[in-house]
Design a protein around this ligand. Sequence first.
Ligand code: ATP
Ligand code: MG
Length: 489
Amino acid sequence: MFFLRKRGPITRKRSEHCISRANIDEDALKVLYRLSTEGHISYLVGGSVRDLLLGRQPKDFDVGTDARPNEIRKIFRNCFLIGRRFRLAHIIFGKKVIETSTFRRQPQESEATNGLYQAEDNTFGTPEEDAQRRDFTVNGLFYDIKTFSVIDYVGGLKDLDKKTLRCIGDPNIRFQEDPVRMMRAVKFAARLDFTIDRASRKAILKHHSEILKASAPRVCEEVYRLFTYNKSSEAFHLFWDLTLLKDLLPELDKHIHTSGGKHALLWKILHALDADPSAESASNGLRTACLYYTVFLEQLKHEGAHAGHNKMNLPHASRNALSSIAERLKIPKMTFFTAATILDFQRRFDELPSKNARRFAHFVRHPDFLEALALYRIVQTAQEHDLSKAKAWEAFFNEEWDAAHRHIDEEKVNPESPEAVDPEAVFTVVAEDAPVKKPSSNTRRRSKRRGPPRKEHASDHAPHTGHSEAPHTPSSTPHEHETKRSHHE
Ligand code: ATP
Ligand code: MG
């Protein structure tokens, strides 16, 4: 006679794993301990457990508990409940948010209103059900603050060891329920240097076009997340390989095929972006300009053939090159205009800067100058060209910066002077927003710390008054800011 033995989770005791409380955010620990002393199950969940086990620094620490949202609110005075159908608790510590959610389960098929596609999941569940509703096995691990052990209901520990990204459950179903999971698979595989398992890969190749059902803001956000962690080259290559790019950006996909496929210059440009000091602080405008640089070149060739080399209309070429991503991903206006400006500026770097020409001084004060220079440096590096012009421009920028600040210092000595200068206003010539930050004269390492201005992240939704030409259809919807959670989390 057979008895079906109920299989429990795999548990690794403190001595059997590497997670130390010293590596957990102190506010997350406060939340974990408090819930536990109030008698609730209290786990660290999701990406933070995965990253800690891999010895990486987690981006954020999320907590899972059996306490209901109203109970969580009663325990923490600094707690706000968000979400209408599924309520999450945000526990606030200064600028930091520790997201705390009640364990929930995957809605049953009969509860879904739109075939397999799930618009919202909103039913409380057990810790096991909570693990099962997550996307990949390595994202379904828990760290229990009571016993300091790691709890694995989904085989994530084994997959972490094997560096495999595997769907929890049937990937054919999971990707149809939420097609953005396919993009997440690409992102995690590239970021962690993991291999997507065969079944999940096959399912992506089968269901890739479902991605068109996902909302534009979520897709746009995920596309820009492919640039993070200096892995854009791997991520976009996988994205292209798995034919997801063809669905989302068919014009770019076609361009890659006609410009060398896996040998296309685009891959070298993304590789150079990943290695460039500007990568970490790059705006989505610079990222877009990198992605579309070779399309822009093709557009220029096309315009040159029709109008003649000297009559080429650069703004027209850049806007044309970017129109497809603007239309399909509904990228914010500021991203579009920043990318277009950066592309337009490329020609200017062919000339060496000269102190005597006022137009050069004006150019280096443009708020997009440093990112335009970053693209120039990235493209030169990708093509293994000489970097002397890029260095000359950087030196020129530094001289201009120092001269401007000497002037400010002199005026500070005599603040009554009618010519006294507002330091904030200097070096903010064209823009109405962020001032340009000066990079280090010592090119790479130090400029990494300071980086170019990140105005785009701060003001991407503001109308850009400096340009009159409108893009084809960039959205004015504010989705450039990372929403902490999608509706699925
Ligand atoms: P990151 O380091 O980029 O934040 P992460 O794994 O923490 O990676 P999040 O987007 O922050 O990813 O999501 C947190 C957790 O929520 C994931 O680890 C996963 O368990 C779950 N999750 C997020 N999105 C989905 C989804 N679309 N489907 C199922 N589970 C999801
Ligand atoms: Mg996270």
